[in-house]
Design a protein around this ligand. Structure first.
Ligand code: SF4
Length: 416
């Protein structure tokens, strides 16, 4: 399905609202160096009523919505330092025959959609297909989005659950969520040609787990039971890592030495809920050590910050993303917590229930980190056809991030 050609946004530039900086240091093995943008600027882009943004590329290609390449910088919203700034009239009202008629509008969160880790993972499979030809095997879903997976399947990717399902000697890509060391060992034993698309920010958490385990710490890993990322991280030191799934889950934790405990986390959690969990753990273990830098990644934090900004003004928030996408599910929860009357997770425009829009004036719209932008464009078209043609884009933080491709796919250096 190809979306109709639509006019572009009229872009409005807004100066930084808050200059509070968030300094971050790149620690990931394959991540390029990055610096904090330190802007919590909020920009709003208005699209004239009855138009929607042209943000689509042909549906079915898993290459849309990529992070801006070529600059190794990114922004991240501070926890409390983001405040929306309106630069153009938002919903307001129209007056028709002397009667005020509320303008039906969409508040479109930015940043949304593809993060640098997902972009890299999808490109990895595409490049592996180009270089080695089909089939290229992929252990687990490369990213948690059914449309992206289906598009790659059409190009020759074969998704399997375990490396045991891959023929000996074949090419296999490890997904963005990371794998336990045992999986690498199994792949080597089967003589598989492995390409590792693990997000560098997940790799960072693995490194922390190995380091704290080597120092004799008990590690409390905050995350969701069964999530692939959690399974992979736990595999780094199974005897020293315990899963803590939410604030109430810490009560059952047992450690060898209460003075030598550290918490780490899955990268895609709710920032607020994780803070609650850490506070509960710290009541039990007052000297609980913190990770050296945030484990919840920049993309998760930025998308949650953007959703918070639109939620309070929205009657309903729609988040585009798949049910098994942790960061997408968290966006729905964050939207409700931030004041939306209701929030829904949809895979695409076809999943929208018309009843959700009855009596609604403002629809908030965002998408998870594994969602290509053409799916958001499809939802905007659907909303425009339902009377929500006025779109304002609300930017919480400027985001530019780039991760180099896995070394297995980088061009070989010419011999000297
Ligand atoms: Fe990496 Fe964060 Fe994207 Fe996950 S959501 S792939 S950790 S950048």
């Amino acid at each position: 399905m190809q979306h109709a050609s639509l006019p572009p946004y009229r872009h409005v530039t807004v100066p930084p609202h808050d200059s509070s900086a968030v300094a971050r240091t790149a620690v990931a093995r394959t991540a390029v160096a990055r610096t904090a943008v330190a802007r919590t600027a909020v920009a709003r882009t208005t699209v004239a009523r009855t138009t929607v943004a042209r943000i689509a590329a042909p549906h079915g290609r898993a290459t849309h919505g990529r992070a801006t390449h070529g600059r190794a910088t990114h922004g991240r919203a501070t926890a409390s330092g983001v405040a929306p700034r309106r630069v153009s009239p938002g919903g307001g009202s129209l007056t028709i025959r002397g009667m005020a008629v509320p303008t039906r509008r969409v508040l479109l969160a930015k940043p949304r959609g593809y993060c640098a880790g997902v972009d890299r993972a999808v490109q990895t499979v595409e490049m592996a297909l180009e270089r080695y030809g089909a089939p290229v095997y992929v252990r687990k879903q490369i990213v948690h989005n059914k449309h992206v997976v289906a598009a790659l399947e059409r190009r020759g990717a074969v998704f399997v659950e375990e490396t045991a399902d891959v023929p000996e000697g074949a090419v296999v890509v490890f997904s963005a969520h990371g794998v336990a060391p045992q999986v690498r060992a199994d792949a080597m034993a089967r003589n598989l040609h492995t390409i590792d698309a693990t997000c560098p920010l997940v790799t960072k958490v693995h490194s922390e787990a190995r380091r704290f385990a080597a120092q004799g710490f008990d590690i409390l890993l905050i995350g969701h039971e069964g999530h692939e990322e959690v399974v992979g991280t736990t595999g780094e030191a199974p005897s020293q890592i315990q899963l803590v799934d939410g604030p109430a889950d810490g009560a059952g934790v047992r450690v060898r030495d209460p003075a030598k405990v550290v918490w780490l986390s899955q990268t895609t959690l709710s920032v607020d809920e994780t803070n609650e969990t850490v506070a509960a753990l710290r009541e039990r273990f007052p000297t609980l050590a913190d990770p050296p830098s945030d484990d919840i990644c920049y993309a998760t934090q930025n998308r949650q910050a953007a959703v918070k900004q639109i939620a309070a003004e929205s009657d309903v928030v729609i988040v585009v993303g798949s049910q098994n996408s942790s960061n997408s599910v968290r966006l729905v929860e964050v939207a409700v917590d931030a004041g939306a009357r209701a929030a829904y997770l949809v895979d695409d425009a076809e999943s929208i229930n018309p009843a959700w829009l009855e009596g609604v004036t403002t629809v908030g719209l965002s998408s998870g980190a594994s969602v290509p932008e053409d799916l958001v464009a499809g939802v905007l078209e659907h909303l425009a056809a339902s009377g929500f043609g006025h779109v304002e884009e609300v930017e919480a933080v400027e985001e530019r991030m780039f991760f180099a491709l896995p070394h297995e796919l980088r061009p070989e250096k010419p011999a000297r």
